[in-house]
Design a protein around this ligand. Structure first.
Ligand code: UD1
Ligand code: CA
Length: 464
């Protein structure tokens, strides 16, 4: 179920697309479900901003059912029934229902609900929990304290005074015998506090028919916590982030002040690497062994080798960095930056679509874009590639062992062949052959005594 708007979030983004642990809520749920059933057996009920939600999770290979108007969780399942009836698709014997906003659910727990459902020959099996504060959740009323049988689920707003103390909550995760569920859906009413069709009302209706409705408690409460407000989501996010740092630390990574780091689920870090406080490692990022990421660096979708030192405040996006590379402080590696083994990219250097060869150095205040740079090259302070003429991007090619003097501007397209020298302050517009020196600046003019004469002239003016 992922059709709801998420009114309580006060956000334009559909609730199920809000992210925790670097991933949309709904994607967490789908990922867990895919461990239990094949993707083409999973139907996602979409409604509010349906196209946006579909686009975000389409790649998972699941199917979709449209709930154009969102009139409650019972109505959502009515749409599923209509979908099966109209499409003539084979109706499965059992139906597992998950909530798109209960993101920490684990495949093992989903499986346990299914297993118990079959074992108990139940018409409906409800996953429950007993959290420290049950406020806001629907409560599960058991027939007996020590038995699995349930008599009803009562929503928070419908709790009678004597039911307020009921500690067991409904997780919004259920297994149904499909035809028994479908038989009740059309009998639901909107005669309740929200004026919605509650799926939860099906529990009491089945019990009334003498059907078996049972509850199973989740092993961990966190797993079934809902995400209805930004604060609740950030609570879940913190839990996931901490779990990720614990997993990396268990694999030999040192993380100082792990509570300050933001590390996405797919990130790999090799043993003996060190992550300093306030580091973000995002997306598909891989870091080798014995590397160190200093504070305030943000590394996204990048691959870093072994023994890399990323000094403070670097921003990497889509970069590939070899072994023993030194970056920063404050280096900005944009997509398709390929930094060779042992190379240095120093402070306030920006790279984009660049190959920097083995051991080459660009240490101070450079912009290197659309360039292929060989090994053992030295790019002097402030030198830049002029890769853009306002319409097109052009390439700069720099051979092995080239020395580019400080503050030079290399106007692309241009090639500096191996071993060439460019004098400091040059504007290079023509290719430089191997081993040559290129100077591209006006000759210096020096006027001896000029300053003294000028001061004397000013003083004379003041005196008269
Ligand atoms: C629901 C349960 C409540 C349970 C809680 C657990 C009902 C009536 N109540 O309440 O007992 O404790 O979940 O988290 O079911 N949705 C649709 N279409 C709709 C309405 C909702 O697809 O018309 C989806 C939402 O996108 C969401 C899920 O169903 O993913 C749950 O809806 P929500 O409105 O958050 O229900 P709760 O009030 O949390
Ligand atoms: Ca909810």
């Amino acid at each position: 179920m992922a059709a709801g708007k998420g009114t309580r979030l006060k956000s334009k983004r559909p609730k199920v697309l809000h992210e925790i642990g670097g991933r949309a809520l709904l994607l967490h749920v789908i990922t867990a479900a895919k461990h239990v059933v094949p993707a083409d057996h999973i139907y996602c009920i979409v409604g509010h901003e349906a196209d946006r939600v579909k686009a975000a999770v389409e790649a998972t290979g699941i199917r979709f059912v449209l709930q154009a108007e969102q009139r409650g969780t019972g109505h959502a399942l009515q749409m599923v029934k209509a979908f099966f009836t109209l499409s003539g698709a084979e109706i499965p014997k059992h139906l597992l229902v998950l909530s798109g906003d209960v993101p920490l659910i684990r495949p093992e727990t989903i499986q346990a609900v299914c297993d118990l459902h079959l074992l108990e020959h139940a018409a409906m099996t409800i996953l429950t929990a007993v959290p420290p504060d049950p406020t806001g959740y629907g409560r599960v009323l058991r027939a007996r304290e020590d038995g699995p049988e349930v008599t009803a689920i009562v929503e928070q707003k419908s709790l009678r005074p004597e039911q307020l103390g009921t500690p067991e909550i409904n997780s919004g995760i259920y297994c149904f015998e499909t035809h028994k569920l479908f038989a009740k859906l059309d009998l639901l009413s909107t005669n309740n506090a929200h004026g919605e069709y509650y799926l939860t009302d099906v529990a009491a209706m089945l019990v009334e028919d003498g059907e078996r409705v049972v509850a199973v408690k989740a092993d961990s409460v966190d797993e079934v916590l809902g995400a209805n407000t930004i604060a609740e989501m950030m609570h879940l996010d913190a839990a996931m982030r901490l779990a990720k740092t614990r997993q990396l630390m268990a694999q030999g990574v040192t993380i100082f002040r792990p509570e300050t780091c933001v590390i996405d689920p797919e990130v790999h870090v090799g043993a003996d690497s060190v992550i300093e406080p306030y580091v973000q490692l995002l997306g598909a990022t891989t870091i080798g062994v014995e590397s160190r990421i200093r504070s305030y660096s943000v590394v996204q979708n990048s691959t870093l080798g072994d023994g890399v030192l990323v000094r403070n405040g670097c921003v990497l996006d889509g970069a590939v960095v070899g072994d023993g590379v030194l970056l920063g402080p404050y280096a900005h590696l944009r997509p398709e930056s390929r930094i060779g083994d042992g190379a240095h990219v120093g402070n306030f250097v920006e790279t984009k679509k660049v190959t920097l060869g083995k051991g080459s150095k660009a240490n101070h205040l450079n912009y290197l874009g659309d360039a292929v740079i060989g090994a053992g090259v030295n790019i002097g302070a402030g030198a830049i590639t002029c890769n853009y003429d306002g319409v097109h991007k052009h390439q700069t090619i720099i051979g092995d062992g080239v020395f580019v003097g400080s503050d030079s501007t290399l106007v692309a397209p241009v090639t500096l062949e191996a071993g060439a020298y460019v004098a400091a302050g040059s504007c290079i517009t023509e290719d430089v052959p191997a081993g040559a020196l290129a100077l591209g600046r006006s000759r210096q003019v020096t006027k001896p005594g000029w300053a003294a004469e000028r001061r004397a002239a000013i003083a004379a003016k003041k005196n008269c």
